[in-house]
Design a protein around this ligand. Structure first.
Ligand SMILES: [Zn+2]
Length: 207
């Protein structure tokens, strides 16, 4: 295993016997551990994880450049290859953030006459609100119908947060924050070209 491989794998959190053996036998990599740990810490700040930017590679290369490599490692692309490994880590972490605990989770009660249970988990993001609905027992929409998710503000403005046809897990997002648009409700709409709210409400957090 080369020092490159080791550092890429160490930064990726890949600590198998092979990487451990390299670390035990390589003074150079041992001397780099503090820097690598520092870099991992720096990269695990929220800002880096939530907003990977095109400048990320430059940023990582700049961070790596802080540590001097011995002559043997000063080959073209050394830092870029570690940067590439890190970007892969961050891409993975970007998925992790999708799996982080929701910022809020609430029940979505069924309206009278509707037998269904539902909860919605939400994540406040820079883009608005990401939501995952877990809906059980709602009958599938008919041929010319669909369910539509709405978020409504205290002053009555509302935005659609997507449509679906059957119960299950529905992932969606809206370009508003739930703080401003606290009511979440679902109507059964006819596929009639009318984009307003006209169908009956089936699930509703209430105002
Ligand atoms: Zn090494």
């Amino acid at each position: 295993m080369t020092c490159d491989d080791f550092q890429g794998r160490y930064l990726a959190g890949d600590l198998d016997p092979e990487t451990s053996a390299h670390l035990a036998g390589c003074t150079w990599c041992r001397s780099r551990i503090d820097d690598l740990d520092q870099l991992v810490k720096q990269l695990s700040t929220d800002a880096m994880w939530t907003a990977p930017t095109p400048e990320l590679e430059d940023h990582i290369v700049a961070a790596l450049a802080g540590a001097a490599a011995p002559q043997s490692l000063r080959k073209p692309g050394w830092m870029l290859s570690v940067a590439a490994a890190l970007i892969a880590v961050i891409a993975g972490s970007f998925m992790l953030i999708e799996n982080r605990q929701p910022d809020w989770e609430i029940a979505l009660p069924a309206t009278e006459g509707v037998s269904a249970t539902a909860t919605v988990a939400g994540w406040n993001t820079a883009a608005g609100t990401r939501m995952v609905f877990s809906i059980d027992g709602l009958s599938p929409a008919g041929d010319n119908e669909f369910y539509e998710i709405w978020l409504t503000a205290a002053d009555g403005r509302h935005v659609s947060a997507g449509t679906f046809r059957a119960a299950g897990t529905i992932e969606t997002s809206a370009g508003v924050s739930r703080r401003d648009f606290p009511r979440i409700w679902i109507t059964l709409e006819r596929n009639d070209g009318d984009e307003g709210i006209s169908g009956p409400t089936v699930l509703d957090t209430g105002r």
